[in-house]
Every structure is written in structure tokens, then in C-alpha cells.
Design a binder for this molecule. Structure first.
Ligand code: FAD
Length: 578
């Protein structure tokens, strides 16, 4: 077969800078064949199929465009050539194991969907809408009255509304130091709550409208598999049988509970309880120094609670590099009552005057009494809640459903996506997987081949990271270089009254490609998207350093971090030449 240059975006006449194989080589599908360099990025052209290189039709220095023939492969199946060959992992990975289906339901249900989606969170509603747009008759099953799942109802969206309120309060307070003094804010909790709810309702109501326009049939009720092609839904009107040709499980996750904490006491809350904002406790203990716990701490601190954080690991936000977390730690250390790392809570006793909490830390055991305890120690997948085994779908002991890189479970016509298939439990990962599953169900050749998934803590300052962290690189023995730019030298950051931020880029020492980043500072969550794109595009330090960023913006710090690595920075003294 002739191997052609696939879709390479808007580029044409791109120089070939490397031939990565020789005549006679045996190559696997996706092995890189040649390397191209546009004025924006270098990119590899992968082999569309397995075979033996019979002839190489280009040489280094030649220029090629989409459709140019670069090689002839022998033993390859031309019919198997993907039109837009994805970069990585584009062969279906080994299918996960199935189990013998224990459900006996067969035949046509009361309702039939070509594609039935179980759960309407960001993963589920995205999959349902995409499948409908691709011409499928779709049924969406949801147990709650609102569509949108955790993210829209009790997760990403209400938390960000409250974090915005917290930001306004703390920024107004801090302007006092710069000559503008506001009176202490009067917080009307009822109004704040109803504003947060209006944001949620606007979004979830919008989803119902979008479902209607697409003719996605929404069935409200709790769904459980009763056979390999059937889900039984407990609705307000009784049991409804929904049969399907293909199904996408998007049942999400729920908060982890701890056995030694009295969960029937209203003073013990999880993230959903914290978002309800019933009151502002005088002293709040946040159990868990991860993203969710710290975001809620940011809200309650701004509203006036005295916050204590307890974290079992030796740092808060254990997934990110220590140097990136440090500015956040330093700032909240000055505001909160205590941040106790390497500490675990061993008992919580409900007493009349409060919740008596026993903790074990580096200095031994101690007890303290709090008005409320927020348990934010992680989330567990809902795999065990849907009787998946009745359809033959295996669920591991933690509740995760294994899938291949097309989101297929061990039962080929049943897919799974989002929190229920694994970490990171993030909405944007669920959305991406939802699109992959829907497109594969509609017969398209799609794979989950994202190189990286960014993570963000919307604390103040925000902490964001993507790709390889410095800690991971060290642990894995990957040789990396880094470019780190302190925001104290960013005009935009100083003009926001903030100087503690850092933008750190991690580069592969071999080829200078960016493979990771950690950013801390206001709006770090927005800034990390540029680095995610750079990693997907295979950009290197020169690509980032030579891209003109608008001035004065925080986005320049990405540019400057690349220049720190290159040694070409002019806004600071460059580090020693590499
Ligand atoms: P979910 O959103 O969990 O949706 C699953 C849906 O399935 C639910 O609606 C549920 O009712 C329904 N369901 C389950 N079982 C059944 C059944 N048997 N029958 C019928 N319906 C069923 N992520 C981010 O990316 N950014 C953030 O800023 C962010 N903030 C967060 C803040 C908080 C406080 C929390 C708790 C989470 C946050 N997350 C955030 C995580 C994010 O909410 C989840 O990763 C995301 O919602 C997962 O989407 P999903 O589609 O897999 O499942």
C-alpha cells in the first residue's frame, strides 16, 4: 500500500526532517515513519498499518503536504487505513474480560433504544447527545430529576459559583492594603444559595432543552441491568423495561464515607452537604487536603469559618509537585487555623457542644472539638450499583469497570465512561470518553488517544498541572529539564496585587519537547490549557518561546518559562546556559 501524509492541519509544503525507518524494516501500526517540521511544531507521521517498508519515496529536506505519498508498505491491508490516523494507541487495546451474564431478560422492552445511556452526568449526556447527532435513536436513563450528574448539580458548577463569591470577598478585603477599604461584607446566605441554585438550574434546564431538540428520550428512574440487552428502570409509575442494541454506562461516583465517623449527625457533611451552605460553622474541620476539600475550605474561610485541614500525606494536593503547591500552602497557612499534614483522624465523637475529633500526627495523638466536619477523602465509583454482572460486564472490587481504548467493556456492545471507569475523576475526561464511546457506537473509528488530562484546584491561588510532574519524572528515571518562571517578575501578576505564582514547564531532555507543566497563581486553570495543547501537538521549548503572547497577560508566563529553559529570557537574568 502507498503510505500518504495524513491530515496535518493547515500546513502544506512541510519539510521532512527525519526518515525514521529503512527499506526492509518491519513496522507495526502507529510506528513513526518520518518526522516533519512546520514553523509551529514537529510531528511524526505514523504507519497506518503493520507491514514491511518496500520503498521510501522521500528524502530529508523534501517538502510534503497532506496526501503526498511517502512510502510503500508491503503486507499491509490498504482497506484498514484510517483517514486521519490518530497519534497513539490506535489499535484497540486488549478487550477487558467479561463475566458470564447472570441476567435472563430478553426480547423487546417497553422502550427500545439503539443506544441507551445509563446516567446523565457530563459523560452520559455528552455520549447521548453525540450518538443522537450521529443518527442513533437514544434513550437516556437518569435517577435524579435534573440532568447533569454530579458536576452540574453538586460538583464543578455550584462549587465554582461559591468560589467566585469567596474571591470577591477576599479581593475586596485585600484592596484595603492598596488604599481602597470596603466595609466588612454582610452575607445573606439565603440569597447566595439561591443565586448558586439559579446557575445550576440554568445549566440543567438547558440540558433538558438540548435533549428534547435532539429527540433523546429521557427516562427518569433508577436503572439496573436485567440481561445483556435490557435495563429495568424503577420509575415513579412502576418498572419500565428498556432494551438496547448498544449501551453506555455512565453511572459516575459518590463520596467515600469512613466507618468511624457518625454519618447520621447533621454536623458531619460531605461535599454535597458543604455546597448546601446551610450555615457558616465557627470552626470547620476539613478531612482531606485534596482538590474538593481545599475548594470548600476556600469558600468557608471567605465566609468566616475558622478552618482546619487534616491531610494524611506529607503535603496538600498530593498529585501536584511540592514547589507548585507551596505558594497555596503559604497563603492559606496565614488564613486558616491549622493545616495538619502527615495526620490522620482516628475517631469522631458526636457530643452536644460539637464533634470531638481524635487525630494522630507527627507529634502524637490529640483531640479537638469542631462545629462541623467536612469529609472529603475521595470518591468511589458506582460500578456495583447497576447489576452490571447481569449483562456480563465485569466490575472490579472497588467498583470500577475496565474498558479498552474505545471505551468498550468486555461485552462488545456495552461501553463505560467517566468516573466509573477510573481516575482521574474529572468532568472533562468523562466528556472526552463520552464522545469516543458514542462515535464508536455509531460505527466511527475513534479511540481514546489523549496524551494528557489536565487537573485544576480552583483554590486561591489556583493550582494546575498537566502531563508528567517533576516528582513522577524523577521516580520513573525520565531525564527532564525544566523552565520555571516566578510571577514576581510578571507585570500582569503584580498589577493584580499578587506575586506568589510560578509557571514551571517540564521538557524531555532528549528532544526539548514539553511533557508536563505545573502552574500556581490566579487563573492557573485557564493557563494550563495552552500547555495541554502544546503537549498534544508535540511542541518544544522553541515553539513555546517563539510564540508571541499578548502583553501584559499571565499567559506570558508560559512563554517566559520556556525562555528560562532555553536561557533566552530577558525579563530576568537567564539561568546558566544548558
Ligand atoms: P456523574 O457526574 O457522577 O453522573 C452520574 C449520573 O448517573 C448521576 O446523575 C446519577 O444520578 C446517575 N446514575 C447513577 N447510577 C444510576 C442508575 N443506576 N440509574 C439511573 N441513574 C444513575 N471535575 C472537574 O473536571 N472540574 C471540577 O471543577 C470539578 N469540581 C468538582 C467539585 C465537587 C464538589 C465534586 C464532588 C466533583 C467535582 N468534579 C470536578 C468531578 C466531576 O463532578 C466528575 O468527574 C464528573 O461529574 C463525572 O461525570 P460522570 O458522567 O462520570 O458521572
Amino acid at each position: 500500500m502507498d503510505v500518504k501524509v495524513p491530515d496535518i492541519g493547515d500546513f502544506s509544503d512541510v519539510p521532512v526532517i527525519g526518515i525514521l525507518v529503512s527499506v526492509g524494516d518491519t513496522v507495526a501500526a502507529e510506528d513513526p515513519l518520518i518526522e516533519l517540521e512546520s514553523d509551529k511544531a514537529t510531528m511524526e507521521v505514523p504507519s497506518p498499518a503493520a507491514g514491511v517498508v518496500k520503498e521510501i519515496k522521500v528524502a530529508e529536506g523534501d517538502t510534503v503536504s497532506e496526501g503526498s505519498v511517502i512510502m510503500v508498505l508491503e503486507g499491509a491491508d490498504a482497506g484498514d487505513t484510517p483517514a486521519d490516523a490518530p497519534k497513539e494507541d490506535t489499535a484497540p487495546a486488549q478487550a477487558p474480560a467479561a463475566v458470564a451474564a447472570t441476567g435472563t431478560a430478553t426480547g423487546q422492552g417497553d422502550i427500545h433504544g439503539e443506544v441507551v445511556v445509563l446516567g446523565s452526568g457530563p459523560g452520559g449526556y455528552t455520549a447521548a447527545f453525540r450518538a443522537a447527532d450521529l443518527g442513533k435513536k437514544v434513550v437516556l436513563i437518569e435517577k435524579d430529576s435534573n440532568l447533569g450528574g454530579v458536576c452540574l448539580n453538586v460538583g464543578c458548577i455550584p462549587s465554582k459559583a461559591l468560589l467566585h463569591a469567596a474571591k470577591v470577598i477576599s479581593e475586596a478585603d485585600e484592596m484595603g492594603e492598596h488604599g481602597i477599604k470596603f466595609a466588612k461584607p454582610k452575607v445573606d446566605l439565603k440569597k447566595l444559595r439561591s443565586w448558586k441554585e439559579s446557575v445550576v438550574n440554568q445549566l440543567t434546564g438547558g440540558l433538558s432543552g438540548l435533549a428534547k431538540v435532539r429527540k433523546v428520550q429521557v427516562v427518569n428512574g433508577y436503572g439496573r441491568f436485567s440481561g445483556p440487552n435490557m435495563i429495568e428502570v424503577q420509575t415513579d409509575d412502576g418498572l419500565t423495561k428498556v432494551s438496547f442494541d448498544q449501551c453506555i454506562i455512565a453511572a459516575g461516583s459518590e463520596p467515600v464515607t469512613l466507618p468511624f465517623i457518625p454519618h447520621d449527625d447533621p454536623r458531619v457533611i460531605d461535599s454535597t452537604g458543604a455546597l448546601e451552605l446551610e450555615d457558616v460553622p465557627k470552626r470547620l474541620l476539613v478531612l482531606g487536603g485534596g482538590i474538593i476539600g481545599l475548594e470548600m475550605a476556600t469558600v468557608y474561610d471567605a465566609l468566616g469559618s475558622k478552618v482546619t485541614i487534616v491531610e494524611f500525606m506529607d503535603q496538600i494536593i498530593p498529585g501536584a509537585d511540592k514547589d507548585i503547591v507551596k505558594p497555596l500552602h503559604k497563603r492559606i497557612e496565614g488564613r486558616y487555623e491549622a493545616i495538619l499534614t502527615k495526620t490522620k483522624v482516628t475517631a469522631v465523637e458526636a457530643q452536644k457542644k460539637g464533634l470531638k475529633v481524635t487525630m494522630e500526627g507527627p507529634d502524637g495523638e490529640k483531640t479537638d472539638t469542631f462545629d462541623k466536619v467536612l469529609v472529603a477523602v475521595g470518591r468511589k465509583p458506582n460500578g456495583h450499583m447497576v447489576d452490571a454482572e447481569k449483562a456480563g460486564v465485569a466490575v472490579d472490587e472497588r467498583g470500577f469497570i475496565n474498558v479498552d481504548n474505545q471505551q468498550r467493556t468486555g461485552v462488545p456492545h456495552i461501553f463505560a465512561i467517566g468516573d466509573v471507569v477510573g481516575q482521574p475523576m474529572l468532568a472533562h475526561k468523562a466528556v472526552h470518553e463520552g464522545k469516543v464511546a458514542a462515535e464508536v457506537a455509531a460505527g466511527e473509528k475513534r479511540f481514546f488517544d489523549a496524551r494528557v488530562i489536565p487537573s485544576v484546584a480552583y483554590t486561591d491561588p489556583e493550582v494546575a498541572w498537566v502531563g508528567v510532574t517533576e516528582t513522577e519524572a524523577k521516580a520513573q528515571g525520565i531525564k527532564v529539564g525544566k523552565g520555571s518562571f516566578p510571577w514576581a517578575a510578571s507585570g500582569r501578576s503584580l498589577s493584580l496585587g499578587r506575586s506568589e505564582g510560578i509557571t514551571k514547564l517540564i521538557f524531555d531532555e532528549e528532544d526539548d519537547r514539553v511533557i508536563g507543566a505545573g502552574i500556581v497563581g490566579p487563573n492557573a486553570g485557564d493557563l494550563i490549557a495552552e500547555v495541554a495543547l502544546a503537549i498534544e501537538m508535540g511542541a518544544d521549548a522553541v515553539d513555546l518561546g517563539h510564540t508571541i503572547h499578548p502583553h501584559p497577560t499571565l499567559s506570558e508566563t508560559v512563554n517566559f518559562a520556556a525562555e528560562m529553559f532555553e536561557g533566552t529570557i530577558t525579563d530576568l537574568i537567564p539561568p546558566k546556559k544548558r
